[in-house]
Every structure is written in C-alpha cells, then in structure tokens.
Write a protein that binds this ligand. Sequence first.
Ligand code: DOR
Ligand code: ZN
Length: 343
Amino acid sequence: MQTLTIRRPDDWHVHLRDGDMLRAVAPFTARQFERAIVMPNLSPPVTTVAAASAYRERIIDAAGPGFTPLMTCYLTDEADPDELARGHGEGVWVAAKLYPANATTNSAHGVTDIRKLWPALERMQAIGMPLLVHGEVTDAQVDVFDREAVFIERTLAPLVRDFPALKVVLEHITTRQAAEFVRDAREGVGATITPQHVQLNRNALFAGGLRPHAYCLPVLKREEHRLAVRAAAVSGSPRFFLGTDSAPHVIGRKEQDCGCAGIFNAPYALESYAAVFEAEGALDRLEGFASEHGPRFYGLPLNAAQVTLERGETEVLPLIEAEGQALVPFHAGERLGWRLRAA
Ligand code: DOR
Ligand code: ZN
C-alpha cells in the first residue's frame, strides 16, 4: 500500500498554550487535524466561560481557517455547576478537565479532594458533559511510576461507579492497568493514547544520558505497559482514540535543572501513529482510532473531509523555530516512513 486515505482526524487532547507559543504551534495541529480538544491549563487557568470564549478566538486566529478548537473548563475546588452548565449550553465548553492539584504543569489550581467536585460532577452527568481526567495521584509517598495505577484504584474506579452515567475520558493512558480498566469499564468510559506512550518505554529517559525531551507526565513506563497501551490503540475498540497530548515548552525550559514535562509531537503526529499501526499490521484500524472513535464518544459528527498519507521519507528537523520559539519536536532528527500529503 503506497497511500492511505482516511477521514480527516481530530486530536482529542492537545496543549496549544497562548501568545507567541500559540501562534508558533497552532498551525502544526491545524495542518493535521480538523478539531482538537484544547487543554485549559494556562496561567491563569481557563475557569470561566468568558475566558474560554476569548481563548477560542485567539486559537482560531492563530490556527487559520478550517480548524475548530473544542474548549474545556479547568476544574478547581470551587468549580461552579451553574457556570459549567451555562458554558456547555452555550456551546463554548465541550468537556471539563480534572487535574489533581499539583499533578503536572499548571495544575496548582487543580482539585485537592475529589469530593469537592461532587456538585459539579452531578451537574455534568445530568447534562451529558464529559469529564476528562489527568489520572495520577499526587501523594508523594507513591512512586511516580505507580501514580496512574494507584489513581485508578483509589479515585477513578469509585468515581465511575458513583456517577454511573457520567462520560469519563482517562487521558493519555500509560499503563496496562489503565488499558484494562478502560477496556472492561461500563459504557461511557474512554481513553486517549499519545504517540510517545506507544513507542517509548522508560528506558528512553536514560538512553546514553538524561533525555529531557522524552519527559512527559504521566511519565513513560516499563515495556510491559507500553505493549499493553499499544495493543489497546490498535485493537479497534471504540473506547480508545487519538489524543497527542502535544505539550510544547521552549528548549530552555526542557533542558534545565528542573525541566518541564511535555513532548511536542504535533508536527508529525499522524505520521508517527501511522508507523505504529503499520508495524502492528493494523493500518486498516488507523481511521477508527484517529477519526471515528473520538467523535462517536463525544457525540459529535464525523468529519467529512479526507486526508492522504503517502509512503515516503519524512525528515524530522532537530529543532523547529517559529514566532521566536525554539522547540525540539518528537522524533527530532529521525526519519518517518509516511508523510501527510499537502491539502
Ligand atoms: O507532560 C505533560 N505536559 N503532561 C501534562 O499533563 C501537562 C503537559 C503540559 O501542559 O506541559
Ligand atoms: Zn495534557
């Protein structure tokens, strides 16, 4: 097969940032994806309908025509059910994002105790607004490699049981436990999967030295987990869908004493996923994962447009510079075997 034409995909989890960085990165996402669920962890976080509307306008401006940002509300201990319902009703918010306080970048205003969210979750359940979850405990006693599995046990499993009609997406899954939990859960539970978590295991963090550009949260796990997440991605199950978690930080913020978490994978995300599906003999399932399972989960229409991937070398630059931002992309300096045909 020399070309692969699929329905135009969407990215169900991306960080587009703001200001110069937004202008630098949004065109990469818009080149590949028709829509994207945009994370609200700006500083300050996007907690009001007004802030989300204004942010949406800035994204549309930066991305250019043909791209639709789908906005999310950043949940705090003070999350107001009425504001959530208003933003959802007005079509501003598609979903709301739960960051456990201090779990990751710009999560200081996140939720300190899930019980504080109960009124918000009850309302979200009633109006059909999905909850997107950064699934890691923040308990310093828990080993960083176990934080997702412990979160599922302590927080997610009870939550999915206590709110039986709430739509829940466990974002950027990294473990066998997460893949199995989502696979076996009740209806209305899904997960996004990143390109890095199906291609790298935690050895990548220490390959010949410390590798800040392989560092993201949840952190890469053991090989056993990579294989389980990869199998879920290519399984064809409608519960698993594409979410890059592209999370750009300028090079200086990655390569420093306390480097930021996040992998900037937006430029070649589709080519990257295609390599995985091909290696697994599952290219016929790429379209479901990239373009169908997500919209069906969210209850949104499938995109009508198509994109074509063609076989051919894509050389990934070691450094991408735009709008004064210097960024090291995922696969920096490597060659990928597919390329997205220009629209
Ligand atoms: O690696 C990550 N980077 N994980 C997150 O959860 C947040 C993200 C960011 O915003 O940089
Ligand atoms: Zn993220």
